[in-house]
Design a protein. Sequence first.
Length: 74
Amino acid sequence: MDELVKVVAERAGIPEDKARTAVNTVIGFLQERLPASVAGQLQNLTGNVGGNVAGMAGDVIGGLGGMLGGGKKD
């Protein structure tokens, strides 16, 4: 998974810690929605992501909005 994090960091031009959060969020999202057999294979490839997927997703989406010029609207 470290290799994937490095690729995301390089291609997106973001620090590795932010790339790791993005990768973990996507993997967690997929594991929740894929059939159990496929999700199990994904988990075997990447290890157990764990953590609060919804919270991480919110962080990533917020960061992407900021990168794209979006801002919070009250």
